[in-house]
Design a protein around this ligand. Structure first.
Ligand code: HEC
Ligand code: HEC
Length: 384
């Protein structure tokens, strides 16, 4: 299992510029370069992105690349092309990025996203994808029905609402036929897999999963401040250290978030775990509905403030509503996590002051990471 490099600095690797002096590899890349802003001879770094030192302890606990899909820049690049390609929907109108917008941390502003037919909508709210890689349980979707990112990534394509290649319309095989006719794919598949076998569902899965895993978020204001107080000498993170540049309100919100309830905090960190802010693998539901039996998970809270809708059904429209829900709205049910109960076993009532509610929301806003939303490596590779 490749262990990401632990470097003190947060490097942002810029995409390579076209290099006209590169020696010819004998391949005619014009079918690729005509359509895509990609230089196949000099790919950006996705596979060996440096992680901050304070990830060292976290990463070993968290899910990494499966053994049969080791990271390469060519696979992630192919995944990026697939992610932004509307040809992956039956009507050639919708790509993964139609519901996972880079500017929104790879989520959607709509409560329910519009599918390929422009009429029907998804039954759940779209999820932000930053730091999806660090999801501890390794299970994806709100209700954790996908057992890995590889398994997840081709499901939208074959979904009858999302992208429309369902069994009634030829299934994945119909998409393979279409992709073989698109001149940029054969060379990109050769680059990624090194042979002529071409397009298969397993390969599309691997490539898309690699692109999604490359969407690492380590440049929020919280990260920048935490990097200054954590030198990497210990795997134990002092999550309550004073953070340079944080306002008194943000620090108060940070303390409420990080401290456990018996220590005067709210215990958010017990489930939404720093430094990746991905959800703890053993989390049960958070009590949105009375009598709930289903167990939901959440995406990483990185860039949560860029979302317009919150929770699996997008029921809340602001972070203030989310905070009020944890303060006074949690409902009892068989799936409610014990961490959201009080000492008598009833759903927690936090009785927060207005100032503390505002402080908690202010802290959540420090998790905004504009490097994810603006990094050209993650942007559409299609020429305008
Ligand atoms: C029509 C909108 C739509 C399209 C198109 C779409 N998605 Fe999604 N995506 C969603 C919704 C909605 C969810 C949450 C669904 C659920 O949990 O039931 C989701 C969830 C996910 C997740 C799970 C994240 C997590 O943390 O569990 C991943 C990964 C993902 N999508 C990747 C993709 C990829 C890759 C594509 C393209 C092949 C794609 N999506 C196409 C709407 C869409
Ligand atoms: C017991 C675990 C647990 C605790 C403790 C917890 N959460 Fe959550 N949180 C969840 C789960 C599970 C979800 C997803 C629920 C769903 O949509 O069905 C969630 C969702 C969220 C979301 C919405 C994410 C999105 O992308 O829509 C935010 C924001 C959030 N929690 C913030 C907090 C804050 C702030 C605290 C502390 C007051 C907290 N959580 C405490 C488990 C927890």
């Amino acid at each position: 299992m490749p262990r990401p490099l632990a470097l003190a600095s947060l490097l942002l690797v810029l995409p390579a510029c076209a290099d006209s002096t590169a020696p010819s590899d004998g391949v005619d890349w014009t079918p690729v370069t005509d359509v895509l802003l990609i230089n196949p001879r000099s790919l950006p770094n996705y596979a060996a992105q440096p992680l901050p030192v304070y990830y060292a302890g976290a990463v070993t606990r968290e899910v990494q690349f499966p053994i049969n899909n080791p990271p390469t820049n060519a696979l992630a690049t192919l995944g990026r092309v697939l992610f932004f390609d509307v040809q992956l929907s039956r009507t050639a109108t919708v790509s993964c990025a139609s519901c996972h917008h880079q500017a929104l941390g790879f989520g959607d502003s709509a409560q329910f996203s519009l599918g390929f037919d422009g009429v029907r909508r998804t039954s759940a709210h779209s999820m932000r994808l930053g730091n999806a890689r660090f999801n501890q349980s390794g299970m994806y979707f709100w209700n954790q029905r996908a057992t890995s990112l590889e398994v997840q990534t081709t499901q939208p394509i074959m979904d009858g609402v999302e992208m429309g290649f369902d069994t009634a319309h030829g299934g994945f095989q119909a998409l393979i036929g279409r992709m073989e006719g698109l001149a940029y794919y054969p060379p990109l598949f050769r680059l990624a897999f090194g042979d002529e076998v071409g397009v298969t569902e397993g390969r599309v899965r691997k490539a898309l999963a690699q692109y999604v895993r490359s969407l690492i978020s380590v440049n929020s204001r919280w990260d920048a401040a935490f990097a200054q107080v954590h030198d990497g000498s210990s795997l134990v993170l002092d999550l309550l250290a004073p953070l340079p540049g944080f306002t008194a309100q943000e620090l108060r919100g940070r303390d409420l978030y990080m401290r456990a309830k018996p220590e005067g905090g709210l215990g958010c960190q017990g489930c939404h775990v720093a430094p990746s802010f991905s959800i703890n693998g053993a989390t049960r539901s958070n009590g949105l509905d009375a009598g709930e039996t289903r167990v939901f998970r959440a995406p990483s809270l990185k860039n949560v403030a860029l979302s317009k809708r919150f929770m699996h059904d997008g029921r809340f429209t602001s972070l203030e509503e989310v905070v009020e829900f944890y303060n006074s709205g949690i409902q009892d049910g068989p799936a409610l996590d014990v961490r959201l109960r009080d000492t008598a076993g009833a759903p927690q009532r936090l009785n927060l002051s207005a100032a503390d509610k505002a402080a908690l929301a202010a802290f959540l806003r420090t998790l905004t990471d504009l490097s994810v939303t603006t990094d050209p490596r993650f942007a559409t590779p299609f020429r305008p």
